[in-house]
Ligand binder design. Sequence first.
Ligand code: ADP
Ligand code: ASP
Ligand code: MG
Length: 401
Amino acid sequence: MSLVVQKYGGSSVKDVERIQAVARRVAARRDAGNDMVVVVSAMGDTTDELIDLAHRITRQPEPREMDLLLSTGELISSALVTMALHELGQKAVALSGPQAGIMTDTTFSKAKISAIDPARLERELKGGKIVIVAGFQGLTEEEDVATLGRGGSDTTAVGLAARLRADACEIYTDVDGVYTADPRIVPEARKLDTISFEEMLEMAQMGAKVMHPRAVELGQIYNMPITVRSSYSDREGTIIGVENVNKVTGIAHDADVAKITLVGLPDRPGVAHQLFAPLADAAINVDTIVQNVSHHGVTDISFTVAKTDLQSSQKFIESVARDLGASSVIANPDMAKVSIVGTGIQNHPGYAARMFGAMSEAGINIDMISTSEIRITVLIERAKVADAVRALHRAFELDQA
Ligand code: ADP
Ligand code: ASP
Ligand code: MG
């Protein structure tokens, strides 16, 4: 018997009809003779609504209670999908992340899976049950519930698929697969049949929210190919984990970026460390960093963080800036980044020039630039992000196969 792990995202379980449709899809697969583990996200916008609710009570919720609150969204959908399966005459059981043996580190709101104890899952599967697992959550060493970061149910699914050595890992969402750019912004974006782990990882890290970055990373580490497809259609999706020879594979964008600049820092050894160590300790991910040429022993440093991390970053940065004698700290919460991603970038000069040319023609100012072997990213103002994505999609002729 084959083991199939499926994951259904928020829009796929947004109401009773969608939940019933998911149950029918799962049941059909089960009846075809597969063992099934199904990971579900919270219904529709539940997670956003819970965050909003918490902020109506307190400006700064305790991370522990916030995670406990957010984990309830996935509990609701796992119980309801299981009931819908019972209605179809299927044997099924709902498990929370902790009940499913998912252990995490203690970084609330962006915890990493540290281990998975498969005993309970294997017992339920052996008993002939479909197992429905609440995504996005696990249990810390201190037995607190922690969540895996926004979009983290993908990671639950890939983590379980790898641990259980599943034969297939399928991510069901509201688009037909991975496109050359977000199809909501670029109507002529093209669905990719395949994409490599490496390219998908860069796309996900640079904001293509169709996959959670950590999920792609786990797929790569455990060599577990992932299929992304629609829960609304039977169209074939995209297989992540197939090497290819694309030049530029896709455009990723992230419209929720903030930039922080420290002006007038002393230019001496240890300054950057003093600045960034507290952010690393607080699990705040710093992206592009630019240090200016120093004049008379002082320099400016700019860097970007996720917009959601701006407030907590500022707290650390302002105190470090005082200690170091910086003249000011400037925060700009209205930035975005746009990236071109493709394995071809590493071997061919000229991509950067073409990218900057397209931005210039579209009249978009580039604020910062960063690169990896297979990616070039520009930081721009948020208001221009859709124009930038479309301009680059056109410049690299991504609508043509
Ligand atoms: P789910 O709730 O199923 O996890 P998400 O909203 O997290 O779904 O991810 C799906 C969304 O990702 C799509 O609706 C689409 O707008 C967005 N997206 C961004 N970039 C891409 C891309 N390159 N290909 C496909 N979808 C993308
Ligand atoms: N419900 C969580 C979120 O909205 C996790 C997920 O959907 O993957 O981010
Ligand atoms: Mg998602």
